[in-house]
Design a protein around this ligand. Structure first.
Ligand code: ADP
Ligand code: MG
Length: 242
């Protein structure tokens, strides 16, 4: 029998008043991999993340986490289920140092630190893992985009997730910074974290993802390996207008 997917969405639809942002989308994410989600702006990618992460429920359809129906669970209950995410619009605590930002995150979720010592030790370990240790005393607002993105990942890792959702984590990075971000994402995955990432940078998707899901106007229009979806005639039409 096939292994239970870590995340499965069945026919989810999200309507905001008159607008259908996501329409009858189904997919599953297998444990241990890196799955990409691509599609033009407004395709419904972030809305799909928000539903899975419990920011709001789908209007229709069901979401399963390790085979358990979590459709109506709230965000904090999801953290108990070891799902962490970063945001397209970053939300670090601007006037705190990098270290304090990560320490604060260590108290959240299923593995919330029980003491200040535990939180600090875990935060330092994560800063070393993510390459931010040397900048631990810098205020997060004083860092450039690449380090802010790295900090977002560090904060998510502080909750010891089993699944990590990355929403456009490489937007605004130059090619060298993108390469560094790809390396870090691979390293996080190799440490045992299943990853679902929304990304516009195709180089990153091709290099990282075994599976890619393509959304367009709220609908899933293709799914497969990066090579399969890039050669899909409808995907080519949507992206290249041919
Ligand atoms: P993507 O992340 O693929 O760019 P989104 O999921 O952010 O797309 O948005 C999909 C559609 O849903 C867009 O038309 C967007 O304007 C709309 N939308 C997203 N969130 C809301 C909301 N909270 N209220 C109303 N409309 C929304
Ligand atoms: Mg988005």
């Amino acid at each position: 029998m096939a292994e239970t997917p870590v995340i499965e969405v069945r026919s989810i639809t999200k309507r905001f008043k008159g607008l259908t942002a996501v329409k009858d989308v189904s997919f599953s994410i297998k444990k241990g991999g890196i799955t990409g989600m691509i599609g033009p702006n407004g395709a419904g990618k972030s809305t799909t993340f928000n539903m899975i992460c419990g920011y709001y429920p789908p209007t229709e359809g069901h979401i399963f986490y390790n085979g358990v129906d979590i459709t109506d669970k709230k965000a904090h209950e999801y953290t108990n289920m070891k799902i962490a995410r970063t945001f397209q619009i970053m939300k670090p605590l601007k006037n705190l140092s990098v270290l304090d930002n990560v320490i604060a995150s260590c108290y959240f979720g299923h593995a919330g630190a029980k003491s200040a010592k535990e939180a600090r030790e875990r935060a330092i370990e994560i800063l070393q893992f993510t390459g931010l240790y040397e900048k631990r005393h810098v205020l997060s607002k004083d860092m450039g985009t690449p380090d802010q993105k790295r900090l977002e990942m560090a904060r998510a890792l502080a909750t010891k997730p089993e699944v990590l959702f990355l929403d456009e984590n490489m937007a605004g990075l130059n090619p060298a910074e993108t390469e560094e971000a790809i390396k870090l994402i691979r390293k996080i995955n190799e440490s045992g974290v299943t990853i679902l990432l929304i990304e516009h940078i195709m180089q990153a998707v091709v290099s990282l993802c075994e599976e890619v899901i393509v959304l367009h106007h709220g609908e899933k229009i293709a799914e497969g390996t990066p090579e399969e979806v890039m050669n899909d005639p409808y995907v080519m039409e949507v992206y290249l207008g041919i």
